[in-house]
Ligand binder design. Structure first.
Ligand code: AMO
Length: 429
């Protein structure tokens, strides 16, 4: 007999269900088990006198053990859980659980130690489902616009980007590095004439950061496309992409997110507001008295980033904010710059946290080489600058942190938003 999910088990029929024992009340003549599978919960009722073999198995049970049960599913208005129960005729114990090492209120690090148990909660199930829906919607959006999905190597021979926050490892008789971004390969795809590509994959950062939003390994959603007129084309595409992603999440999980996390999933309207970095600092000072030294104004400080949410809501009633016109000093050498030297790129801030960096890239070989040299990156990036020697269309793209999105969607920390969190002091489980 085939197993059915508890929320699909048909009333009036004999069926087989399987899952974890969430709760157990083992009385003298009757036993009541709350069975939990991925779809929900169901009460199993055991008449111990009528089914002594089942009773024997129930006596062995502990909470969080895994069982398979067969019986008739009946309606019973007295049952709190959906007014249905399975009257058990057969029960198999698949796996007995030891005493739980976690409580509902265990500290986050204990929960991380036993992540496979922590992930059994309803909230974590929803977190992973919402993330799945979000990424699937982004993938669908791009496929419908003729993007090609690529898979770039994570083992690389030279540090990508800056080289400062890269993990080094032994690779036979030489060094290799873990990719900190698919950046160079996304651009290689443009030089290959692929025109529109995306990738969703692991990104590694050797940063000793211990914040709510930094991990040493995370999932990046990166895309790149050709024949753009400016970085504003990239911003526009991203705004539409995230609108589609959040619309899918709101439609499928909005109610559950509100019930379990107490949060509304707001589908952003187009266009998203945008502001130049310098103007943002002026606004934050004028409105909220936030001041920062002039020397720090080429980049967004963490405090300003958080405060920008308040500004964005006050001024535009929008949760998203594009910030442009960073200083060239703070931006990567591969960003295209205008005649005044301003990088043609942006960061996207959602609910006060950066989720994306994007830009038009410098595709002119000589200019690119010059910009790399200015940052002291000669030979390290030679393999990359070669991509631009044999013809390359103008192009741009962005990198989005999937874990950051999930975290902001549900107002949780990044530890909880990843399936398994990696930080400077966590490599297990
Ligand atoms: P950047 O370094 O800004 O840009 O990374 C892109 C996005 O990745 C996420 N992110 C992180 N998430 C969790 N933990 C971290 N330590 C972490 N670092 C970054 C953020 C961030 O916005 N090559 C460029 C992208 C591009 O221009 O296409 C890049 O990697 O959401």
């Amino acid at each position: 007999m085939k197993r059915v999910l508890v929320n699909e088990a048909p009333v009036g029929e004999y069926c087989r269900v399987a899952g974890f024992v969430e709760n157990l009340r083992n009385k003298r003549y009757m036993a009541f088990i709350v069975l939990r599978d991925f779809s929900g919960k169901l009460q199993l009722t055991v008449d111990k006198g009528a089914y002594p073999e089942v009773a024997e198995q129930v006596d062995r049970l502990t909470v969080e053990s895994v069982i398979t049960a067969e019986g008739r599913l009946v309606e019973n208005p007295a049952v709190k859980m959906g007014g249905r129960e399975l009257v058990v005729e057969k029960l198999t114990v698949e796996s007995i659980s030891d005493a739980m090492p976690l409580m509902a209120d265990s500290a986050i690090d204990a929960r991380m130690d036993y992540r496979w148990i922590d992930l059994r909660t309803e909230k974590n199930r929803l977190m992973l489902q919402a993330q799945t829906t979000m990424v699937a919607a982004m993938r669908e959006f791009l496929l419908s616009r003729n993007f090609v999905e690529i898979h770039t190597p994570k083992l690389i021979g030279a540090a990508s980007e800056s080289g400062s926050d890269v993990f080094e490892l032994e690779y036979f008789d030489r060094k290799a590095y873990l990719s900190q971004s698919p950046q160079f390969y996304k651009q290689m795809a443009m030089a290959a004439g692929l025109e529109r590509i995306f990738e969703c994959g692991p990104v590694f950062r050797a940063e000793k950061s211990f914040t709510r939003r930094h991990a040493t390994e995370f999932t990046g959603f990166d895309l790149e496309f050709s024949y753009i007129d400016s970085f504003r084309d990239v911003m526009e595409l991203e705004a539409e992409l995230l609108q589609a992603a959040l619309a899918a999440v709101a439609e499928k999980h909005g109610g559950e997110i509100e019930r379990l996390f107490g949060l509304k999933t707001i589908v952003p309207t187009l266009p998203y507001p945008q502001i130049k970095l310098h103007d943002l600092y002026d606004e934050l000072e004028r409105r909220y008295g936030y001041t920062v030294d002039e020397s720090e104004k080429g980049d967004l400080t963490t405090d300003a980033e958080q405060l920008s949410y308040r500004f964005s809501m006050d001024e535009y009633g929008h949760e998203f904010l594009f910030v442009t016109d960073y200083s060239a000093e703070k931006r990567a050498f591969y960003h295209m710059r205008d005649e005044k030297g301003i990088p043609q790129g942006y960061d996207l801030i959602w609910r006060g946290t950066e989720i994306t960096t994007g830009a038009q890239r410098e595709h002119r070989y000589d200019v690119l080489k010059q910009q790399a040299a200015e940052k002291g990156l000669g030979d390290d990036v030679k393999f990359y600058t070669e991509f631009f020697r044999y013809g390359c269309p103008p192009h741009g793209g962005f990198g989005l942190g999937v874990d950051r999105m999930t975290m902001l969607l549900l107002d949780i920390g990044i530890k909880e938003a990843e399936f398994l969190f990696r930080s400077p002091n966590r490599l297990t489980p």
